[in-house]
Structure formats: C-alpha cells, structure tokens
Ligand binder design. Structure first.
Ligand code: ATP
Length: 234
C-alpha cells in the first residue's frame, strides 16, 4: 500500500534521513521503533507531506505521491496524528471532530461523527467541552478519532502513548487494534517498543536516520538486539 524508497530528508544542512526504505501492506499495523533523534518523526512528517524529501520516492497505492502537500495526501487517504496530538484546545470536542471531516462533502459526516462517539463514549459525554480541558489520554483519543473522520486508508500515529499513564496507554493500544479490525492500515511510531510490537504485524528499527533492523513483529520481540536495546527486562 505504502512504499518508500531511499528517502533523504534534511533540516537545512542537517541530514535527518539517510536513505530510508520501508513498506506497509494493506490491512496491517507496522511500527517504527528507535531511540530519540533516530528520525522516526521526520519519517512520519515526510510521508505526510509536512517535509519534502531531497531524494527518494514515496508510493501510495501504486501512485507516486512524493512531494504532495498534506491536504492533497489527506484526500488520497493518508492522515497523520502528530506527536503531541495537536487538537484544537479552544474548540469543543464536537467541533474538533467536525474539523476531521472538513474536506469531505459526502452525506455521511453526521452519521460518522455519531458512530465515532458511540465507539468512544467519553467523547460523546464531553462533546460540548473544550478540547483543551480534556485529560492527556482523552486528547489523544480525540486526535485519533478526528483523524478517523477523514476516512483514511492509512493512518500515521506518531507516539500516541507519549506521556500517558499505563492504564490509558492500554486504552490507546486497544484503540489501535480496533482501527486495524475496522480495515484501516496503521503506521505507528512508538517509544513503547514492547506494546507496539505486540499490536504490530511488522516492525522497523531506526538509528541515526537509517533503518537498521526490520522483521515480523513476533520475530523482533525475540530478537536479542531488540530485547537488549528496547525491551529491557519488562
Ligand atoms: P523523537 O522520539 O525525539 O521524536 P525521532 O526518532 O522522531 O525522535 P526526529 O525528531 O525525526 O527523531 O529527529 C531526527 C534528527 O533530526 C535528530 O537528529 C534531530 O535533532 C533532527 N531534527 C529534528 N527536527 C529538527 C529541526 N526542526 N531542525 C533541525 N534538526 C532537527
């Protein structure tokens, strides 16, 4: 579904991605792991059009989408939930959800918002509340629900569990499983390597702008290099 080949992305003269190649198959959850500064967020920003790669190609459903803008990619079915959530804190929960569907002009928007609120009842309970007054976990849930309202074929989740308490983290991973069960493909960046590999089908590990290890998630969970560097004793 998504195939990126030899991506090189720069911040000015600093090269953050040094030839990243990866693939995401339709219907799967693929995770990108790696230490801080490895280039995970830069990869997500490059795929979603927020950064333009200097070299390399990005193909989505067989089409070359390299260099397209985020709004163009959203219309093609790629939605990003950025690190730090970026919900609109002075808008209500409902308005945030409506924003997720802003580029759609079909008749199902209302029905889809109802459906999302039924799936995540806390959002229904708080629909008139300002986004900024939600807890961190609720904001993350809202950010993901908002992205789902764009009806993406592929959703990019950048560190959705960051800064959340363990119980809430479990909710977020449950949400990721549900997204997959509903047929949406997921590319997930996570610090929480163990949980990410448990929910994922396939994984990539990045280090200093490159992919250094890739494999089936079940194999990576057993891989001594990964266990030592990312999974620890837990
Ligand atoms: P984190 O988990 O901290 O987000 P990451 O793996 O997502 O880490 P990136 O944020 O993609 O890493 O950063 C990759 C490299 O690019 C790092 O060396 C970082 O210092 C550098 N970098 C990131 N953002 C910028 C920026 N706006 N300007 C200059 N350099 C940047």
């Amino acid at each position: 579904m998504l195939k990126i080949t030899g991506i090189e992305t720069f911040y000015g003269k600093i090269q953050a991605l040094k030839g990243v190649s990866l693939e995401v198959e339709q219907g799967k959850v693929v995770t990108i792991l790696g230490a801080n500064g490895a280039g995970k967020t830069t990869t997500m920003k490059t795929i979603s059009g927020l950064l333009k790669p200097k070299r390399g190609t990005i193909e989505f459903l067989g089409e070359n989408i390299t260099g397209l803008r985020p709004d163009q990619l959203l219309r093609k079915g790629i939605a990003l939930v950025p690190e730090g959530r970026a919900i609109l804190s002075s808008m209500t929960v409902l308005e945030n959800l409506e924003m997720g569907a802003y580029h759609r002009n079909d008749k199902d928007i209302k029905k889809d918002i109802e459906e999302v609120m039924a799936r995540f009842p806390i959002l229904k309970e708080r629909k008139e509340q300002l986004g900024g007054t939600l807890s961190g976990g609720q904001q993350q849930m809202l950010a993901i629900a908002r992205a789902l309202l764009s009806k993406p074929k592929l959703i990019l989740l950048d560190e959705p569990s960051m800064g959340l308490a363990p119980l809430i983290v479990a909710d977020i991973f449950k949400m990721i499983r549900e997204i997959k069960e509903n047929g949406t493909t997921v590319l997930l960046v996570e610090q929480n390597a163990k949980q990410a590999l448990k929910v994922a089908d396939y994984g990539y590990v990045m280090e200093t702008g490159k992919i250094i290890i890739n494999g089936k998630a079940t194999d990576l969970l057993e891989d001594t290099r990964i266990v030592e560097a990312y999974l620890g004793k837990k």
